[in-house]
Design a protein around this ligand. Sequence first.
Ligand SMILES: Nc1ncnc2c1ncn2[C@@H]1O[C@H](COP(=O)(O)OP(=O)(O)O)[C@@H](O)[C@H]1O
Ligand SMILES: [Mg+2]
Length: 341
Amino acid sequence: MKQKTRFSLTFRFENNRLKQSRGFLTPEPINDHKATKKQLSKQDSGFSPETKDKDRLQELTAELDSMIGLAKVKELVKEIMAYVEICRRRQRYQLKSENLVLHMIFKGNPGTGKTTVARILGKMLAELKVLPKGHLLEVERADLVGEFIGHTAQKCREQIKKAMGGILFIDEAYSLARGGEKDFGKEAIDTLVKAMEDHKNEIIIILAGYEQEMEKFLRTNPGLRSRFPIHLHFPDYTKEELLEIAALMVRERQYKLSLGAKEYLRTYLQAQLETNRTNFSNARLVRNLIERAIRRQALRLVQQQIYSRNDLMLLLREDFEEKEIEETGLTDNVLPLSLRQ
Ligand SMILES: Nc1ncnc2c1ncn2[C@@H]1O[C@H](COP(=O)(O)OP(=O)(O)O)[C@@H](O)[C@H]1O
Ligand SMILES: [Mg+2]
């Protein structure tokens, strides 16, 4: 039996035998109002998040909320969390409760926060005891697809083992289907699907990538769609959001932007949005600009020798300005994965 909620979560009943063994078909009636406190605390024990866990959940929710924009993503994540919690609670009360399927697809351009949200989500699911560990392992085609027979299965198994207890996040997932039928990528997909079944309570798989490529990938692999019932769309940031992200990143690092630097960033981002849409890497571009400005500020200060506390914090326009020789890697889709976080 399949049911769909508003946010297209699909969940399935396990087989009847299991349902019966868990008492799903003959639920013991429990009346919340009549149950004594003792009964309730007994029923809740082992499930209801401890205060410590609740604090941690609140911290993680605050971390998600501190991200700029992403209103829909935040709402959906909260719905998923609430849904998971209620499902677990219903199980405790022996109400019908479906097997949660939480594999997801994250669609969006580079630098729109997919990895960051996945990382927070993993930690939240660990707090709710849906995942034993909740860590995130980010992989791409080269980590999963081998070069000779048997190599792919072995590589996949290694990555699955590392991700066990947490989230296996596959970036640019469609590249697994790149080489067509004969490619080892197909074997990687099959191995992953098998792992999803074999370890359904120990691993969550998130496929991520550009919206259109992702859609095409799902169309050509129709079996996959139902296995990944939750879809999150990460929109491009607006210029204003990018500027807020810049302000946030600078604040977190205990730096400040001078007025000139702010002005420069605004004009620079505007120009990039108008001319470089296809290679635009959203918040990652902003982060790279800031990190480069921080390095340049350091050089400027070292050369200047005398500097105040304020100088140590202030990033100037000249720290951001394009210089002719070194402009490579700012639209950094080409950066290796290890440097992209
Ligand atoms: N909404 C946001 N608010 C603040 N920082 C963000 C936001 N989105 C992304 N970032 C930052 O931008 C960088 C790239 O984000 P990331 O999650 O790796 O993007 P993606 O996985 O979609 O390519 C990270 O440093 C991340 O912290
Ligand atoms: Mg990413």
